[in-house]
Design a protein around this ligand. Sequence first.
Ligand code: ADP
Ligand code: ADP
Ligand code: ZN
Length: 213
Amino acid sequence: MNLILLGPPGAGKGTQAKMMIDRYRIPQISTGDILRASLKERTPLGLKAKEYMDKGLLVPDEVVIDIIKTRIKEDDCRNGYILDGFPRTVAQAQALDKVLAAMNSGIDHVISIEVDKGELIKRLTGRRTCRQCGRGYHVIFDPPVNKDLCDKCQGELYQRDDDNEDTVRNRLEVYDAQTFPLIQYYREKNLVRSIDGQGGIQQIFDRIIQVLS
Ligand code: ADP
Ligand code: ADP
Ligand code: ZN
């Protein structure tokens, strides 16, 4: 099953993807996580991407398209994958369609997670992320058992540089202008499954399972 998780920053894509990995036994592919990992290793790609990420802007299409092209051909993707945070522009979606067509493959479902803007700001400004495994937490809505330590791997939790209120507002504007049009793009292909993204984390997971069954 080849899935796309679509939704604004803070909608819960990463949180749900982590739960879906266990259930469906397919990997999560997060372009944001891949870019942050490159930055951690101080690669030229990571350092270049940081300039965009810190401003809340999208990194250039070619960069993320190249990342995805390579990643979906890896061995662990043979039974499917969950794309989280890609595509984010119509140009990225078109490039993905082209790559998949050449592989005789395609997308099965686009899960569109819908959340109000006010809620998104609360979620993003309270988000904490594990430095080691990338799992997300929330200081109020989903706190770790031990303060500042990841439940899963005991890694250190930190606040992402782009999770401050000003950058969050920019990211939400970028989403409206560049990513929201993708819903229509995939609607025309009859692939969109809309999910109410407000409510408990488990409740939303149950909604996703239901639309996929
Ligand atoms: P995305 O990957 O779409 O940007 P995340 O999964 O990282 O979003 O979630 C953003 C923040 O909101 C995190 O701090 C996460 O713990 C929290 N969160 C996720 N789902 C919910 C929910 N259903 N209710 C409240 N907070 C949530
Ligand atoms: P969130 O989970 O809050 O939506 P991500 O981790 O997906 O955030 O993305 C963080 C940043 O990484 C984005 O603001 C953008 O700068 C960059 N990025 C991630 N994925 C893409 C993409 N598909 N296209 C362009 N930029 C991207
Ligand atoms: Zn961790």
